[in-house]
Write a protein that binds this ligand. Structure first.
Ligand code: NDP
Length: 507
């Protein structure tokens, strides 16, 4: 704060004489329309809210840096990864997914884990989650899926029937459902969870060789989760607990950090692998592709203003710098479109000029011009078209992704071998979880699925049974369902199971 008191002004810098008493016609008279300060103040207030994100509405963010810890130049030519010890400025945003901007941080939900790297080759956005897999693998299903996790169109309440009806009719969700209903579905704070790319991405080097990769940001604070009871309690007593925790930890100088580990696969390994490596419902087992430590993410700066930095932060998985490229993962392909599209709607066509979104260590030299809220020099008097002979910016062919082959017959393909979808959910239950994890998982499921209609409970429990018979049996016991009926449903095709458990009036 400067010593000298600042004079209050209007938005246009005109000194304000009185900010407590509106201009009226006489002491008891009505307000005059010439009170421009009042009209400006109300008019701006009326427009304070921008559209809420449809998903990931509630979030917290912080600035920091990423430091390279290993030589990865044989895998990628990305400049920000080019030297051990190199640091790049970042801004990260964590979020819940399904709840509104005012919803509780402790909700059972995946957590968004987004990091914007302000590199010298432009902004690179990592837009991941705290789970290594996802519920669906075709983006055509995404709007339907999200509708079922939100509010019933008639009651405007969360609805366990919608929630479980969709998931139980979408068997590929079983792996992510198992993670979501483990205690990892309610992380203790944003500092105590991992971040995964979930998708497969491509890295390519200076020689044009490429590799398939997955990112794992492992928390250095250790994984810590809430039990169902703790999460429910916090939702009532401190719904912003994770937002506050991140801010206060950084304020205390306890800077949270994550170690970035990569799984890397050669194209030959990918061709022969037993699963489709672009299927986002599956992980690459660590034993097959051991994660390699390559860097550290540290958050050491709180935003000065939440709206300016966190609410207006706009991430897009399409923001990829040279050396990093997309994979054919269908979910990723749709996200390459959808995030930018959302920001155009939410923040406007010039959202890239907002300080948190603008490149910091590279310059924007494009031919995009005009549109609402263009707040920079708009390209000045330079040419606004390409090609031009007036010295405008030129494309640099050497920066492009090496050519890659694509072939095939255009059609709408489902994923083959749907029986494989149960393998990794079962591995998680049998192998990664301990007895306490399994007991909490079953309790969390029974508590939530118990709110759905019985026919939906049966259908979903058949999926748990298919992942692991013990898993299905324990959920069935918790819900007092007939195990013989569950086994019968588990043996059916998805279509027959759906028919056998349809609502009576639709049968
Ligand atoms: P591993 O035994 O090598 O790996 C198991 C991994 O599971 C751990 O490294 C840990 O991942 C994660 N994990 C441990 N406890 C839990 C839990 N309670 N809830 C969720 N995840 C947990 O086996 P695989 O690589 O063969 O994977 C087995 C299963 O582990 C998978 O089916 C998947 O469900 C889960 N998993 C696998 C990951 C992978 O990339 N391979 C990543 C995360 C989970 P982390 O170190 O990332 O915390």
């Amino acid at each position: 704060m400067s010593e000298k008191k600042k004079t209050l002004t209007t938005a246009f810098g005109i000194p304000v004489a009185d900010d407590q008493n509106s201009l009226t016609a006489g002491e008891k008279g009505p307000i005059l329309i010439q009170d421009a300060h009042l009209l400006e103040k109300l008019g701006h207030f009326d427009r304070e809210r921008i559209p809420e994100r449809v998903v990931h509405a509630k979030g917290a963010g912080a600035g920091g840096y990423f430091e390279v810890m290993a030589d990865v130049t044989r895998y990628t030519r990305a400049k920000f990864l080019s030297e051990v010890g190199k640091k790049t400025e970042v801004f990260a945003r964590f979020s819940t997914v399904g709840g509104e901007k005012g919803s509780a941080d402790s909700a059972r939900d995946p957590r968004g884990f987004a990091v914007k790297f302000y590199t010298e080759e432009g902004n690179y956005d990592f837009v991941g989650n705290n789970t290594p897999v996802f519920f669906i693998r075709d983006p055509l299903k995404f709007p339907d899926f999200i509708h079922t996790q939100k509010r019933n169109p008639a009651t405007n309440c969360k609805d366990p029937d919608m929630f479980w009806d969709f998931l139980s009719l979408t068997p590929e969700s079983i792996h992510q459902v198992t993670i979501l209903f483990s205690d990892r579905g309610t992380p203790a704070t944003y500092r105590h969870m991992n971040g995964y790319s979930s998708h497969t991405f491509k890295w390519y080097n200076d020689n044009g060789e490429y590799f398939w990769v997955k990112y794992h940001f492992k928390t250095d604070q250790g994984i810590m989760n809430l039990t169902r009871q703790e999460a429910t309690h916090l939702a009532g007593t401190d719904p912003d607990h994770a937002t506050r925790d991140l801010f206060e930890a950084i304020d205390r100088g306890e800077y949270p950090s994550w170690t970035l580990e990569m799984q890397i696969m050669t194209p030959e390994q990918a061709r022969n692998y037993r699963w489709n490596i672009f299927d986002i419902t599956k992980v690459w087992p660590h034993a097959d592709f051991p994660p390699i430590k390559i860097g550290k993410l540290v958050l050491n700066r709180n935003p000065l203003n939440y709206f300016a930095e966190v609410e207006q932060a706009a991430f897009s998985p399409a923001n990829l710098v040279p050396g990093i490229a997309a994979s054919p993962d269908k979910m990723l392909q749709a996200r390459l479109f959808s995030y930018h599209d959302t920001h155009l709607h939410r923040l406007g066509p010039n959202y890239h000029l907002l300080p948190v979104n603008a490149p910091k260590h590279a310059r924007e030299t494009s031919y995009q011009r005009d549109a609402a809220m263009r707040v920079d020099e708009n390209g000045g008097g330079g040419p606004n078209y390409w090609p031009n002979s007036f010295g405008g910016p030129e494309p640099a062919a050497s920066m492009g992704e090496p050519p890659f082959e694509i072939s095939g017959r255009a059609a709408r393909y489902s994923y083959p071998h749907p029986e494989d979808d149960f393998q990794q959910a079962g591995d998680l239950y049998r192998k990664a979880m301990n007895d306490e994890d399994r007991a909490h998982l079953i309790g969390n499921i029974v508590d939530h699925l118990g709110g759905a209609q019985k026919r939906i409970q049966l259908r979903q429990t058949a999926l748990f049974f298919k992942a692991d018979p013990d898993y299905g049996r324990r959920v069935a016991e918790g819900l007092h369902l007939d195990l013989t009926e569950i086994k019968r449903l588990a043996e059916m095709s998805p279509e027959d199971r759906a028919r056998a458990t349809a609502a009576p009036e639709t049968k």
